[in-house]
Design a protein around this ligand. Structure first.
Ligand SMILES: Cc1cc2nc3c(=O)[nH]c(=O)nc-3n(C[C@H](O)[C@H](O)[C@H](O)COP(=O)(O)OP(=O)(O)OC[C@H]3O[C@@H](n4cnc5c(N)ncnc54)[C@H](O)[C@@H]3O)c2cc1C
Length: 403
């Protein structure tokens, strides 16, 4: 029997930062991370843009607003402390035409409310930041946006956790539970407290414990294209004005830690949770359930899903995807884009009754288990203060520490 005080399901950034926080508070407790893959960061945490967001997209009362600015600072400090690479190149948000200026104004309002630095630039002044960026009249500049290598960060957290005595069990898939026992693909485990940080499967594990019953995950696939021609063609992260009615930020340029350039991600509705390419990860039951919800969204056109789905599907056509990148800069060579990079899939929560996408992070739990749902972007940026919050909530429900 494998007995632990805390069992965390999921070796992504959320599971890793929660394990670290638990060991900080209760060094004598036994903590185990169960991960179905061979290593950490195999899913969203190792397949994202790697951008440390500044915190100006989110409404002031949200958990996202609460944790992004602090998370950005904490992650920067962590990278500096451990000698991990970070590219502090900032970010421009540009408008494509007159109709997008109101969106810029709204972002600036949100930045001011959240206490985040965001600077107005006139069209003529953006060349100081990036001579190739293109905007209509005005743009916003975020000096605190940066990029990291998310796999490097997760690996460092894994090693730090191991050094602190956290037990990692890879190739171990949670299947079901009864009372304080969980049954996995690699044996039975007993816990005093369970934390579900299982990303794309967090909803189904929560349901198994009677939580998250109003929600289901609809996966949205984020594909990227690498620009291989010339690293200096784009100098900073360049983002469009997003549709703030949905949680996606639109196809943008990311300057990665080594100065490379990529565009993406798309937000294409996927048909099963790990629908990366071909039939990888195909599960018939999931497929039927997810396609069923997507058909309902298409029929009701909730949150303008029809338009979103059709626009996103078009991005499978490379020229159409590249066209979006071209609209953000003065000139870029369309031939300079190489093949598609490793895609990532967002574990986006849908409210089953209202058929709305949930915008903020959600946690649900009791004195025995806590379930992290909707840890979508910018959960990577937020992860360190978010882990503090999750552990605080857990302690309150438990009425104190275990060890
Ligand atoms: C395309 C894309 C771009 C993004 N860009 C950014 C960005 O620039 N900045 C930012 O801050 N955020 C970004 N995000 C969001 C960020 O990547 C996620 O919010 C974050 O990685 C979520 O971490 P997680 O630990 O919850 O999930 P994951 O990293 O998915 O980890 C969950 C883990 O649980 C494991 N698991 C699942 N089921 C089981 C089971 N039954 N048993 C055992 N283990 C299981 C999985 O194998 C996985 O390793 C992006 C996300 C995507 C998809």
């Amino acid at each position: 029997m494998n007995k632990f005080d805390y069992i965390i399901i999921g070796g992504g950034i959320i599971g890793l930062t929660i394990a670290r926080e638990l060991k900080k508070r209760e060094p004598r407790s036994t903590v185990c991370v169960l991960e179905k893959e061979a290593d950490v960061a195999a899913h969203a945490s190792g397949r994202n843009s790697g951008v440390l967001h500044a915190g100006f997209y989110y409404t002031a009362n949200s958990l996202k607003a609460k944790f992004t600015k602090e998370g950005n600072q904490a992650m920067r400090a962590y990278c500096q402390q451990h000698g991990l690479r970070i590219n502090e190149c900032g970010k421009l948000v540009v408008a494509r035409d007159e109709s997008e200026l109101a969106g810029l104004e709204e972002l600036k309002r949100r930045a001011d409310n959240n206490g985040v630095e965001l600077i107005w630039l006139d069209e003529g002044d953006i060349e100081v930041i990036d001579p190739n960026a293109r905007t209509f009249r005005k743009a916003l500049y975020s000096p605190t946006t940066a990029s990291v290598d998310p796999i490097e960060v997760c690996q460092m957290l894994k090693h730090e956790n191991m050094a602190n005595g956290v037990d990692f069990r890879f190739h171990t898939r949670y299947r079901k539970h009864r009372d304080d026992l969980i049954f996995t693909s690699a044996g039975t485990y007993q816990f005093k407290y369970l934390i579900n940080a299982a990303g794309l499967y967090a909803d189904s594990i929560a349901h198994d414990f009677g939580f998250g019953v109003s929600y289901t995950i609809i996966p949205f696939k984020g594909m990227y294209l690498k620009y291989t021609k010339n690293k200096t063609d784009v100098a900073t992260n360049i983002y469009p004005v997003p549709n703030l009615g949905n949680p996606f930020l639109g196809v943008h340029y990311t300057k990665t830690v080594d100065g490379s350039i990529k565009i993406g991600p798309t937000a294409i509705p996927a048909f099963w949770r790990e629908n990366y390419s071909g039939l990888h990860g195909f599960r018939l039951k999931e497929f039927i359930q997810i396609v069923g919800y997507e058909a309902k969204l298409f029929a009701t056109n909730s949150f303008n899903f029809r338009r979103l789905a059709l626009e996103e599907m078009r991005k499978y056509i490379k020229s159409s995807f590249i066209g979006l990148g071209m609209s953000l800069v003065q000139h870029i060579d369309p031939q300079g884009f190489g093949p598609f990079l490793r895609a990532g899939i967002r574990a986006q929560l849908l409210h089953k009754e209202t058929l709305e996408l949930v915008q903020d992070f959600v946690i649900e739990g009791d004195q025995y288990s806590m379930h992290v749902l909707n840890a979508v972007s910018p959960a990577f940026t937020c992860s360190m203060p978010f882990a503090v919050y999750v552990v605080d909530q857990m302690m309150e429900l438990r009425g104190g520490a275990i060890s």
